[in-house]
Design a protein around this ligand. Structure first.
Ligand code: CP
Length: 321
């Protein structure tokens, strides 16, 4: 694997390979093996132009557990505030020996530009770009759904026959986009539930069904309900109902969660707006996988870095975009 830029073009076999390697990484960590020597001598740069808690820290933990050196770059406090470009920033970090660059950027397509422009030779991982994609979030979500369903028998399995409902601010959500592509590639049926004002224009080209009624979607007993964060920072006031109306119609509270079968899980990528898209009772309930998703994120990112950096030489690798 040369780069990981999206899930839209990630084929089923490669996706399953990443999930299965993540299973191996997860087993290793659960046996209290804190570090593997696999990426000794490699350098991973976390290049974050947007804020992050989970993604940045779990990529750092993943790289360190594989014995790579890690350089953390945050645009805030850097020479980006003096006008330094993405190209110059990336080339500066490459000059410090980056083998892989994990990039989060507000511009959709920034990771692809880094990967294909020839500015740097390092492998590029998309850690979230604008409203476009967040492929490692989708992989950790798929890993979590598979693990909850199949437990120790997860390896090699896809998500055929499982039904996933994704609820909320689909318009602005790179998590939803990456989730739709990956979950459907793995055989799951995906339903989007969203206010009519937060439906992307091109949704008819997506392999999903769109509903506006959350209670109707929950009454179909889905295997997983994924609540999306309301992206206040990207929201136009005209698109958004009042907070009270939003949480009444599209929020998941304890009463709604109680209508689900016992085996259904409740997911959220974080950070959560408690009391808006999800109540504290639902977020902290036994069926919530919020913290499991965070734990699984480290294993999945270990798998991605391993497949990017530990195999054959970069030049010989097939690109995954
Ligand atoms: N889920 C997610 O991407 O969280 P962060 O913004 O904290 O990385």
């Amino acid at each position: 694997m040369r780069h990981l830029l999206d899930t839209r073009t990630l084929d089923r076999d490669t996706a399953l390979q990443i999930l299965d390697v993540a299973e191996d990484m997860s087993d290793t960590q659960s046996r209290q093996v804190k570090k593997l020597p696999t990426l000794l001598g490699k350098t991973v740069v976390n290049l974050f132009f947007e804020d992050s808690t989970r993604t940045r820290i779990s990529f750092e933990a993943a790289a360190k557990r594989l014995s790579a050196d890690v350089i953390n770059f945050a645009a805030k406090g850097s020479s980006v505030s003096k006008g330094e470009s993405l190209k110059d920033t990336a080339q500066t970090l490459q000059a410090m020996g980056a083998d892989a660059v994990v990039v989060r950027h507000s511009a959709s397509g920034a990771p692809r530009t880094l990967a294909t422009s020839g500015w740097i030779s390092a492998g590029v991982v998309n850690a979230g770009d604008g409203t476009h994609e967040h492929p490692t979030q989708a992989l950790l979500d798929a890993f979590t759904i598979r693990k909850r369903r199949y437990g120790a028998d997860s390896r090699g399995r896809d998500l055929s026959g499982l039904r996933v409902v994704i609820v909320g601010d689909v318009l602005h959500s790179r998590v939803a986009r990456s989730g739709v592509w990956l979950l459907t590639t793995l055989g799951a049926e995906v339903t989007l539930v969203t206010p009519p004002t937060l439906v992307p224009q091109n949704v008819s080209a997506w392999p999903v069904r769109v509903l506006y009624d959350l209670d109707a979607a929950l009454s179909e007993a889905p295997d997983a309900v994924m609540m999306l964060r309301i992206q206040v920072e990207r929201m136009h006031a005209a698109y958004f109902p009042t907070e009270r109306e939003y949480s009444r119609l599209w929020g998941l509270d304890a009463l709604r969660a109680a209508t689900l079968p016992a085996s259904s899980i409740v997911m959220h990528p974080g950070p959560m707006n408690r009391g808006l898209e999800i109540s504290s009772e639902a977020a902290d309930s036994a069926r919530s996988t919020v913290l499991e998703q965070v734990t699984n994120g480290v294993s999945v990112r270990m798998a991605v870095l391993y497949l990017l950096l530990a195999g054959e030489r970069n030049d010989d690798r097939e690109e995954v975009r």
